[in-house]
Ligand binder design. Sequence first.
Ligand code: AR6
Length: 194
Amino acid sequence: MDQENELTIRASFIKLIQGDITTQEVDAIVNAANGSLMGGGGVDGAIHKAGGPAILEDCKALVEMQGPISAGMAVITSAGNLPARHVIHAVGPIWMGGTLGEAEMLRLTYEESLKLAVENELSSIAFPSISTGAYRYPVEKAAPVALETVAEFLKEQKKGIKISFVLFNEETYNAYQAALNKIKASILPKKKHS
Ligand code: AR6
């Protein structure tokens, strides 16, 4: 039986953690980046600060090769001094009120990050709550999109992948816990009426 903050899907699982993503010892942490890949505030600033200049150097080399990236895209770099092995830089949508395809774009951002992880044979990935800080996506709306997208992806994977959502504050953690509870309730076998 899963703990309250966990969901097992085939050989994989999703786990919610309240904490700082820069301390996670995983194959890759995901950065909520912007398209310039030149760093910024929030989790992006924390990752570059803790990881040191090697990450920015990799980002600069990528931008030189392929130009800046757009919302919904993800790229992978080394992780400098971080305990993680790689950083996946993903660009979420800026919230514009919800009618401009933000949910679809957020879904794509998680999917592209997961595809990149599988392509690189990574099996433990930590996500922050993409777009719910400076990009103002309401967390109670972003949490179900994030968790459903990851759950759908894991259903298709034979090889187990450990996904953690590392949520920086209590409000964010609670929103993800509420969304996880709803997903769990929706997949429980329906009770038969006698
Ligand atoms: N560990 C985990 N989560 C964190 C950490 C941390 N160390 N620090 C902040 N968060 P944001 P966005 C949470 O603003 O909304 C940047 O300037 C934070 O509390 O980092 O996608 C980029 O360069 C929130 O829940 O990302 C872009 O320009 C979540 O991470 C822009 O912000 C996301 O907040 C991207 O905005």
